[in-house]
Design a protein around this ligand. Structure first.
Ligand code: GLY
Length: 418
């Protein structure tokens, strides 16, 4: 069997998927994530690829999985209906309410007056959240009246996220420690792929604007066996069972973003795909074949696959363009790539090549990854690799992984390794 895979994604996540699939012996084709679905299908047919892996939620929201199913082509990911767990935050919240899945209290609003009433009822701090997709930037934490009014302006006056903010959720802001868990599901069974902590804000110590993600490390010491059991029993299993009952079994990665507050856990959001940049730290730790996992999942044979993780940790730091997460600079020459050693991992997230020279071509440009036996060493390696690179306007966070080191210092280090 020719193991040919088409990865459809424009960022570092797609590069990481392709990197691991090539290591599994696959022939890998790549297409950018902003292509028309009909063109993607045509390409998959022409190249006779065995499996297609869409990276972003936008493709799921456009129904790429349904189109491929109708065409009889194998694809990894949830259908349009199942992906609503991510593509509509209101759908996800109502689903969780109906199925008693722990989540923060929320109120849905359509205008500023209703939003202000909701905020009064819940009390500050609140999270103001666009219902639809907003490239990871649609949730605004408001701790003061000024921040809340600014969020209302973004949602209802500027309408920065277009029709994604037709409906706006006002949610109680749960304080605690954030953690992401990645499950691979074939509609009937599931496997744990890994855990990570993402760094969403642009500035050190979680300051400044939200971004698509400025770095991540995996696994997080918070993911103790006890916590993972709770997540499976209280969140994952009821979610999968209810989707099955509704006639839309969930296939693909279910990425559960959680807040841990004392003994309680809350779902902050569901995502219906691999995370970016979390994939860049989960896949370097995956010992077993990614191809077998994705292929067997798409066929509904997940129970035939073992997921084996390497011991140790991985950390990635996102090297970003000047201006990101706002309008950013492009076409800056990148220096230092030639200084990387053969064992150093550098995923290109937003670059282009011209006559052997590399230039910036995105907001998130490069993702150096450090893999090591300890979290501290993986952080050090990621920053050593980052330090070899330069381009005009380059900026990155200096504190990726520090929360993990703090948990370990506090004795929370019984990470689930299975
Ligand atoms: N890193 C956040 C996301 O992929 O949604």
């Amino acid at each position: 069997m020719k193991r040919s895979v088409l990865v459809v994604d424009s960022g570092g996540r797609g590069v990481a998927l392709a990197w691991k699939l090539e290591r599994d012996g696959c022939e890998v084709f790549r297409l950018p994530g902003n292509m028309d679905i009909k063109d993607i299908l045509r390409f998959a047919r022409e190249k006779n690829v065995l499996l297609t892996v869409p990276g972003s939620e936008d493709l799921l929201a456009k129904g790429i999985v349904d189109t491929f199913h109708e065409a009889g082509k194998l694809i990894f990911g949830p259908t349009f209906k199942a992906a609503r767990l991510e593509t509509s935050k209101l759908y996800a919240r109502l689903f969780m309410r109906k199925n008693h899945i722990p989540q923060p209290e929320f109120i849905v609003t359509t205008n500023q007056t209703a939003a202000r009433v909701a905020k009064k009822r819940l009390g500050l701090p609140v999270v103001v959240k666009a219902d639809g997709l907003a490239a990871g930037k649609g949730a605004i934490v408001c701790r003061s009246e000024e921040e809340f009014e600014e969020a209302l302006k973004i949602m209802f006056i500027e309408r920065r996220f277009g029709s994604a903010c037709d409906l706006v959720l006002i949610e109680r802001c749960v304080e605690g420690e954030e953690l992401s868990v990645f499950f691979d599901c074939d509609g009937f069974s599931y496997k744990i792929l890994g855990t990570a902590q993402d760094y969403k804000r642009i500035g050190d110590n979680d300051t400044g604007e939200n971004t698509g993600g400025m770095g991540a490390y995996s696994p997080t010491p918070l993911s103790t066996p006890g916590l993972m059991k709770k997540v499976e029993e209280k969140i994952l299993i009821p979610t999968l069972m209810c989707l099955q009952k509704r006639g839309m079994p969930y296939t693909g990665v279910l990425y559960v973003s959680l807040m841990i507050s004392g003994d309680d856990i809350y779902v902050i959001e569901f995502n219906a795909r691999f995370g970016d940049p979390e994939t860049q730290v989960v896949l370097p730790l995956l010992e077993s074949s990614l191809f077998d996992l994705l292929y067997n999942t798409a066929l509904g044979w997940l129970d035939r696959t073992e997921v084996e993780m390497k011991p140790g940790y991985a950390t990635t730091v996102v090297l970003a363009s000047g201006g990101y997460p706002g309008p950013y600079e492009k076409d800056k020459e990148i220096f230092g790539l030639e200084n990387l050693g053969p064992d150093e991992i550098m995923f290109h997230a937003g670059t282009r090549e011209e006559n052997g020279r590399h230039f910036t071509a995105g907001g998130r440009v490069l993702n150096p990854v450090g893999v090591a036996g300890t979290l501290g060493e993986s952080i050090r390696k990621a920053y050593v690799t980052a330090g070899k690179i330069s381009f005009a306007g380059m900026h990155y966070r200096k504190d990726i992984g520090q929360r993990g080191l703090r948990y370990i210092a506090q004795g929370v280090n019984k990470t689930l390794r299975k």
